[in-house]
Design a binder for this molecule. Structure first.
Ligand code: HEM
Length: 546
C-alpha cells in the first residue's frame, strides 16, 4: 500500500473511532487502548516499511490523532451537534478542558453568572453540557418527573464500588436508598437531635467566652464546630476540634484537599475513571474511607442506641427487613460527614460576614434575640425559634447570597429514553444540564436588589413588614440553596436547625466585629466555588455581652 493511501486509511479509522466513542461512550481500558494505540499501530505498518520504525510510527500516530481531533472539533462546532442551537463560548463547545481552565481559580460561580449575562438563560458550557438560570426549568429538571443525576456524580466520587446515597443515578435505586435518610431527617427526628446540637453549640460558646478580647478566625472555629457536630451525628462522637482549638487528626484538611481535585473530575468524569487506576491515586478519599471505617467499627462496637444519624443509617430503628451491609453504612457515613459539615460551616461564616458588613441588620437581629432570650434565659432552648422571623430571614438571606453549592446540581436525560423537554428548552439524550443556583439567586427578575444582603425582603414577602421601597420582586421558587425535588438536600431540616441554634446563641452571648486592619472585601475574594465552597479567614474580635 502506498504511503498516501495508508495515511487516508488511518484518517478514516480515526473518524470511525470518533463515531464509536461518541455512540457508545466506551470507557473500558482494553477497548480504549485498542482504539487509541493498537489500531493506529497496526495501520502504521505500511508507513513503517517506507520510512522506518520511528518515523513511520510517528507519522501514523500523528495522522491518527490529528484526524481524531479534527473530526471531534468539527462535529462539536457543527450545526449537526444535538445542542448546536444553544449559544456559548466557541472553545467551550469544543472541550470541557476550556471550562476547567476558566474556573481553575475557584470562581466558577462568577464565571457562569457572566456567561448567563452574555448569552442568556441557557448557555452551552461544554461539548455536551448546558447551564440554565431559567426558573421555569426547576420543576421539569429537578422535580419528581424530572431527570436523573448526571455523570458528574460518577466523576466526583471516583466511580466507587459502593456508592453513597449521593452517587446513585438510577432514580428507583436512589429513592430506595434514600428512605433511611428521609426517616433520619424528618421534622420529628430532627427534634430528637436537639440535645446533640445544644451540647456542641454550648461548647463553641464557652470556647469563645474563654477567648474574650482576642482575635480569632470565625470561619475556622465554625468549621471546627460543624465537623465535631457531624462526627457526633454519624459516629456518636469523633473529633474534638473546638475543645482542642485545632484539627489535630487532619480530617478537615483531608476533606478539603480531596475536594480540590474532585471538582476537576466532576467536569471531566472519564478522567477520574482512569486516574483512579493509577497507584496512589485518590489517596485522600481512601484515607478518609479508612478513617470512616475505623469510626464505624467503633460505633458498631459500642452498641449504643442513641438516636443519631447512625441509628437510622444502620436500620437500628428496625424499619427495614434487612440491615444494610457495613460498606454501605461506611459510604453513607462518610458522605454525611462531608455533605453536612463544610456546607453548613460556609453558610454560617458567610452569614456572619454579611451581618458584620451590615451593622444595622446585626443590631436588629440582636434586638430580636434579646426580646426572646433576654439575659439569663438560655438561648440553647429552641422553644422560641419558630417565632423568630428576623433570625429566619437572616439565614434565608445568607443562603440566598452565599449558597454552599453555588454552581448547582447536574441532571441528564435517562440513557436510552431519548431527550427531555425542560420548560421552553429541549435537552437531547447525552446532554448534561446544570441549574445554576448562584445566577438564579442573583437574578433581578427573581429578587429586588439581588446583590444586597437584605433580610427584610423575606418579611415583606410574608406580609410581616411593609415595603417602603416601591414594589418588591420576590420569587420564593427561585430560592434553591438545598436544591429541589427527590434528590434535593436530605439534611435541609437539620442544617436549618443547627444554623438557627448557633446564630441565636452566639448573638445572644457575644458582640463580634471585624479585626482591626482586616479588609472585609478579602472574604469574597477568597470565596471559592469548588462544587462545595472553600472559604478563607474571617478574623473577628470577640466581646462578651454583659
Ligand atoms: C447549609 C447547609 C447545606 C446546604 C446548603 C446543602 C445543600 C445541598 C445541595 C445543593 C445538595 C445537592 C442536591 C441535588 O443534587 O439536587 C445536597 C445534597 C445532599 N446533602 Fe446537603 N446541604 C447542607 C447541609 C447538609 C447536611 C447538614 C446534611 C446532613 C448529613 C446534608 C446531606 C446531604 C446529602 C446526603 C445529600 C445527597 C442527597 C441525595 O442525593 O439524595 N446536607 N445538599
Amino acid at each position: 500500500m502506498a504511503a498516501r493511501e495508508a495515511i487516508l486509511l488511518i484518517a478514516l479509522f480515526a473518524v470511525i473511532s470518533h463515531v464509536i466513542f461518541r455512540q457508545w461512550e466506551v470507557m473500558h481500558c482494553f477497548v480504549v487502548l485498542s482504539l487509541l494505540v493498537f489500531i493506529p499501530a497496526v495501520l502504521s505498518t505500511p508507513l513503517v516499511s517506507d520510512f522506518g520504525i520511528p518515523c513511520g510510527l510517528a507519522l501514523g500516530f500523528t495522522t491518527y490523532f490529528a484526524a481524531l481531533l479534527v473530526s471531534i472539533t468539527l462535529y462539536r462546532i457543527s450545526p449537526f451537534h444535538p445542542i448546536a442551537r444553544y449559544p456559548g463560548p466557541l472553545l467551550a463547545k469544543i472541550s470541557k478542558i476550556y471550562h476547567v481552565s476558566k474556573i481553575w481559580s475557584g470562581k466558577q460561580h462568577v464565571y457562569l453568572q457572566r456567561l448567563h449575562e452574555k448569552y442568556g438563560d441557557i448557555v452551552r458550557i461544554g461539548p455536551n453540557e448546558l447551564s440554565i438560570r431559567d426558573v421555569s426549568c426547576i420543576t421539569p429538571a429537578l422535580g419528581a418527573q424530572g431527570m436523573p443525576k448526571g455523570p458528574m456524580f460518577n466523576g466526583r466520587h471516583l466511580w466507587p464500588e459502593t456508592h453513597s446515597l449521593i452517587g446513585f443515578r438510577d432514580p428507583k435505586e436512589h429513592q430506595r436508598r434514600r428512605r433511611r435518610w428521609n426517616r433520619a431527617f424528618n421534622t420529628a427526628s430532627v427534634k430528637e437531635f436537639n440535645p446533640i446540637i445544644q451540647a456542641r453549640v454550648q461548647e463553641l460558646g464557652d470556647a469563645f467566652a474563654a477567648r474574650e478580647g482576642q482575635v480569632l478566625d470565625l470561619a475556622e472555629w465554625i468549621g471546627f464546630f460543624t465537623y465535631d457536630f457531624m462526627g457526633d451525628m454519624v459516629f456518636g462522637g469523633w473529633t474534638h476540634m473546638v475543645r482542642e482549638g485545632a484539627d489535630h487528626n487532619g480530617l478537615w484538611q483531608l476533606i478539603k484537599s480531596g475536594m480540590k481535585v474532585s471538582f476537576v473530575y466532576e467536569h471531566i468524569p472519564w478522567l477520574s475513571y482512569y486516574v483512579k487506576k493509577l497507584p496512589g491515586a485518590g489517596s485522600d478519599l481512601k484515607m478518609m474511607r479508612a478513617m470512616a471505617f475505623g469510626q464505624t467499627e467503633k460505633r458498631y462496637a459500642t452498641a449504643t442506641t442513641t438516636r443519631d444519624l447512625f441509628y437510622y443509617l444502620t436500620n437500628e430503628d428496625g424499619s427495614e427487613k434487612v440491615d444494610p451491609p457495613k460498606a454501605v453504612v461506611i459510604s453513607d457515613g462518610a458522605l454525611a460527614l462531608i455533605a453536612g459539615s463544610d456546607t453548613t460551616s460556609t453558610v454560617l461564616s458567610s452569614t456572619f460576614y454579611c451581618l458584620l458588613r451590615n451593622p444595622e441588620t446585626y443590631k436588629r437581629l440582636q434586638e430580636e434575640v434579646d426580646m426572646f432570650y433576654p439575659a439569663g434565659e438560655s438561648s440553647l432552648d429552641p422553644k422560641h425559634l419558630p417565632e423568630m422571623h428576623y433570625l429566619e430571614a437572616v439565614i434565608m438571606e445568607g443562603l440566598r447570597l452565599f449558597p454552599a453549592v453555588p454552581s448547582g446540581t447536574q441532571r441528564a436525560p435517562e440513557v436510552g429514553k431519548g431527550g427531555k423537554a425542560i420548560g421552553p428548552y429541549y435537552v437531547p439524550e447525552g446532554t448534561q444540564t446544570r441549574l445554576h443556583f448562584w445566577s438564579i439567586h442573583r437574578d433581578p427578575r427573581n429578587f429586588s436588589h439581588p446583590e444586597m444582603f437584605w433580610p427584610d425582603r423575606w418579611l415583606i414577602a410574608e406580609g410581616l413588614q411593609e415595603c417602603v421601597d416601591g414594589k418588591l420582586v420576590h420569587n420564593p421558587n427561585a430560592w434553591l440553596p438545598f436544591s429541589f425535588g427527590p434528590s434535593n438536600c436530605v439534611g435541609k431540616n437539620l442544617a436549618l436547625q443547627e444554623m438557627r441554634m448557633l446564630v441565636c446563641h452566639l448573638v445572644q452571648r457575644f458582640n463580634f466585629r471585624f479585626a482591626d486592619g482586616y479588609d472585609p472585601a478579602q472574604y469574597e475574594r477568597d470565596w471559592q466555588d469548588r462544587f462545595v465552597v472553600m472559604i478563607g479567614q474571617l478574623p473577628v474580635m470577640i466581646e462578651r455581652r454583659a
